[in-house]
Design a protein around this ligand. Structure first.
Ligand code: PMP
Ligand code: GLN
Length: 383
């Protein structure tokens, strides 16, 4: 039997494809965004303790109380918004599940959903699974700024939701308060909700991360998503969450209970310990990524790429056209085969793949020695 039509257009995830190719060619993997170092011991030891204490059964579907409280406390500290941990927080299996639960639990078939391109790879399939119709707004190099007129043109009476990812993967943009205010105004005007993906909220170098939920009128119509993976270098734990007012939480939970029902109990205990971390933890995280960003940007620039230095996230887009390859897929294949470095071809993040053709995405959530070795290998491109 063929794969269901609603999933056929999407094929295999670009991250899986590139990680497989990297392994086949023994390439340094600057493609899929996962750290090549461990998460902090104060987090991992809390999960080990929970396993040893026998925390091996189903958790409360919406998340263990200690984690729901830790998420709510963190959100209040970061945004000033008071929320009810039991009624407005849903723990999910990564932000990936929180996204799927939000689309499936809140959108009706035929609803329009606005996606800001380049989009994280899961948004289009999630829309398709929900039967929602995507409308696209495109961020363009070198600024990747949100064009208010283009955004307004994408809204219609059928718009049910807009998906906002800030800090933004793959461009590294941290949207300004003015850009977010434009989105908020249109959501209010068209009575649409916002689904915000803030998984890189703690990896910000320039500007300031603003949660859309804090803007006037948006608290009641925003589903704020995040996860542990990026802020605590534990992408494989897949602990995420959705924060939303009770009416929207009801939809998210209605889907979540049948997608996964609950998330791994011992890892939720680890996540609760993680979120108790103080500001010094986050400052060190940011500083370590800032120096890696600067190192990779300088190295790529010296090799001849046009680098779009990210304001946040651990991704960097660059223009590769100076090297004369026909498109991003050809460039990345060349990079893997001839230099032994893997990256992501960004055409996967656009509904018109040609929009991504001049670009390549590198991940710098890697040890500095890994980045240095990758830059060294890419020196060959100069020739
Ligand atoms: N959203 C964005 C923008 C991401 O980059 C990622 C990275 N994996 C996710 C969601 C998924 O997060 P998780 O691993 O917590 O499912
Ligand atoms: N978010 C990661 C990235 O953008 C990949 C996540 C995944 O492999 N599903 O590289």
């Amino acid at each position: 039997m063929p794969t269901a039509r609603r999933l056929q257009p999407f094929g295999q995830s670009i991250f899986t494809t590139m990680t497989r190719l990297a392994a086949e060619h023994d390439a340094i993997n600057l493609g899929q965004g996962y750290p090549d170092f461990d998460g902090p011991a104060f987090v991992t030891s809390a999960a080990v303790e929970a396993i040893e204490a026998g925390e091996g059964q189903y958790a409360r579907s919406a998340g263990i109380g200690a984690l729901a409280e830790a998420i709510a406390a963190r959100f209040t500290a970061d945004t000033g918004l008071e929320i009810d941990p039991m009624g407005e927080v849903t723990v999910t299996s990564g932000c990936t599940e929180a996204l799927a639960a939000s689309f499936l639990g809140l959108l009706e078939p035929g609803d329009e959903v606005i996606l800001i391109e380049p989009t994280y790879d899961a948004y289009r399939p999630d829309a398709s699974l929900a039967g929602a119709v995507p409308r696209y707004v495109t961020l363009r190099p070198p600024e990747f700024a949100l064009d208010g007129d283009e955004l307004r043109a994408a809204f219609s009476p059928k718009t049910a939701a807009v998906v906002v990812n800030t800090p933004h993967n793959p461009s590294g943009r941290v949207f300004t308060k003015a850009e977010l205010a434009t989105i908020a105004q249109l959501c209010l005007e068209y009575d649409a909700i916002a689904i915000t993906d803030e998984v890189y909220e703690r990896i910000v170098f320039d500007g300031e991360h603003v949660s859309l939920a804090t803007l006037e009128g948006m608290g009641d119509r925003t589903v704020t998503l995040s996860s542990l993976g990026k802020s605590f270098s534990l992408t494989g734990w897949k602990v995420g969450w959705a924060i939303a007012p009770p009416a929207l939480t009801a939809g998210v939970r209605a889907a979540h209970q049948f997608l996964t029902f609950a998330t791994a109990t011992p890892l939720q205990h680890g996540a609760a310990a993680a979120l108790a971390a103080g500001e010094e933890y986050y400052r060190a995280l940011e500083a370590s990524y800032r120096s890696r960003r600067d190192m990779l940007a300088a190295g790529l620039d010296a090799i001849g790429f046009e680098v779009f230095v990210p304001e946040g996230t651990y991704f960097m887009l660059a223009d590769h056209t100076r090297f004369g390859l026909a498109g991003d897929v050809a460039f990345v294949e060349h990079l893997i085969r001839t230099t032994g470095v893997a990256a992501i071809p960004p055409s996967a993040f656009y509904h018109r793949p040609s929009d991504g053709a001049p670009l390549v995405r590198f991940a710098f959530c890697k040890d500095e020695a890994t980045l240095a070795a990758a830059l060294d290998r890419m020196e060959q491109l100069r020739a």
